[in-house]
Design a protein around this ligand. Structure first.
Ligand code: PMP
Length: 430
């Protein structure tokens, strides 16, 4: 497979951008080689600048649940753009999308649109602090919440750790406001809240942790967090930037039937345009400026083009049976992979929820970050290279999950599964 044009573009990009990219994972550092420069996507496929075609399981890291270049989303964007791109005023398009999202979600009453998932989380944490008057937050090791200063921290061992930043440029004083615990350990949360809840504004969790593998939690654990938060007067923030509108229209809140206090969204609600949102009860949201004292603003927030794209995507997700169909075909696809690898005796499993799946080079059920063996990433590297050669594109890191879209037909998934099975033979032959 020729990659000459991507290689040229990458060496040019390195002159302009740190690492040649606008976001780090894109640089292929963990899998090696040159990042592909994609010029076009349609349905389940993307094409790179060398005209190689790939079945895409990255889906722009999650937003493209309907696949690339969805006709309704495209038409909605074109229509919106023809009236201008930004006014800095309220628009009818915001009302339309806001109404659609709120009317069809039992867990939220009011929302605020922003322009990225990071912004949504940053604002949600400020809101939690503003509402409770407390300053510390608790997050979990292995959950990513965007590049918010106070959330770019990692945990040490199984004991509660005061945050140590995983990025330069974050004052120690900020990181200290963040407590970190391992996932899947309710007793640790209870112990911490028992000692320190007077200082803790919120617990933030990806209810479907999907940024460090797919660390699926039990419903009992999530329900346990809900109960502890209520008992100790700490707000529960569900970061649903990935799971929102992905595991169901009501996200993980609806999937598990658990009421969070604040929810963050991103990715899918922008239909591929830059959109995020945070939402809560009307009472909590009344604390947001200009109604309340928690300030938060944005020049491009509620951008009419992005709102129109969001409406076009969200209205298609409400079609009867949409999520059932997505889950059924994903399970069928994953079963082909799992059965093959099982028969061959390969140490690999494919955790899945809704239309998300992860390739884990382990047979254990993995529920916390420390269970992932970093050595297993060497296998992913081989798999990734082999799949690129044979026309299947996965996000370039073994810690990333993959996404099936509505445009991935059963036949296409069967073909992709055959390619992945062949690639597994290569991985395990090494
Ligand atoms: N929260 C979660 C759960 C995410 O997965 C992401 C992005 N992967 C973010 C927040 C940050 O979103 P964005 O990249 O749009 O800023």
């Amino acid at each position: 497979m020729e990659r000459k044009v991507s290689e040229q573009l990458y060496s040019e990009a390195k002159q302009y951008f740190p690492g040649g990219v606008s976001s780090p994972v894109r640089a292929f550092k963990s899998v090696g080689g040159t990042p592909l420069f994609i010029k076009k996507g349609d349905g389940a496929y993307v094409w790179d600048e060398d005209d190689n075609c790939f079945i895409d399981f990255c889906g722009s890291w999650g937003p493209l649940i309907l696949g690339h270049n969805n006709a309704q989303v495209r038409e909605a964007i074109i229509e919106a753009v023809s009236n201008g791109t930004s006014f800095g005023t309220p628009t009818r398009a915001e009302n339309k999308l806001g109404k659609l999202l709120l009317v069809n979600n039992r867990f939220i009453e009011k929302m605020r649109f922003v322009s990225s998932g990071t912004e949504a989380v940053m604002s949600a944490v400020r809101l939690a602090r503003g509402v409770t008057g407390k300053s510390k937050i608790l997050k979990f090791e292995g959950c990513y919440h965007g590049h918010v200063d106070s959330l770019l921290v990692k945990a040490g061992s199984g004991l509660v750790t005061f945050g140590v930043s995983t990025s330069a440029g974050i004052p120690e004083a900020f990181a200290k406001e963040t407590l970190v615990l391992p996932l899947n350990d309710l007793l640790a949360v209870e112990k911490l809240l028992d000692e320190s809840s007077h200082d803790i504004a919120c617990i933030i969790i990806e209810p479907v942790p999907a940024n460090n593998g797919l660390l699926l939690q039990t419903k009992e654990y999530l329900q346990g967090l809900r109960e502890l938060c209520t008992k100790y007067k700490v707000l529960l923030v569900f970061d649903e930037v990935i799971s929102g509108f992905r595991v169901g229209f009501e996200g993980a809140a609806g999937y598990y039937g658990i009421q969070p206090d604040i929810v963050t969204y991103g990715k899918i609600i922008g239909g591929g345009m830059p959109v995020g949102a945070y939402a809560a009860s009307a009472a909590i949201m009344s604390n947001v400026s200009p109604e309340g004292p928690v300030y938060q603003a944005g020049t491009l927030s509620g951008n009419p083009v992005a709102m129109s794209a969001g409406f076009a995507i969200a209205s298609q997700l409400l079609e009867t049976g949409f999520y059932e169909t997505m889950a059924t075909k994903t399970v069928r696809f994953v079963k082909i992979l799992q059965d093959y690898c099982h028969t061959k005796g390969y140490e690999v499993s494919f955790p899945t929820i809704g239309s998300i799946f992860w390739i884990a080079f382990s047979k254990e059920i993995i529920r916390s970050a420390e269970q992932i063996d970093p050595q297993s990433m060497a296998k992913f590297k081989i798999l990734h290279a082999e799949l690129l050669e044979h026309g299947v594109y996965l996000g370039p890191s073994g810690y990333e999950v993959s996404f099936v879209s509505a445009a991935h037909s059963d036949a296409l998934l069967e073909a992709a599964a055959a390619t992945i099975c062949n690639a597994m033979d290569v991985v395990f032959a090494v």
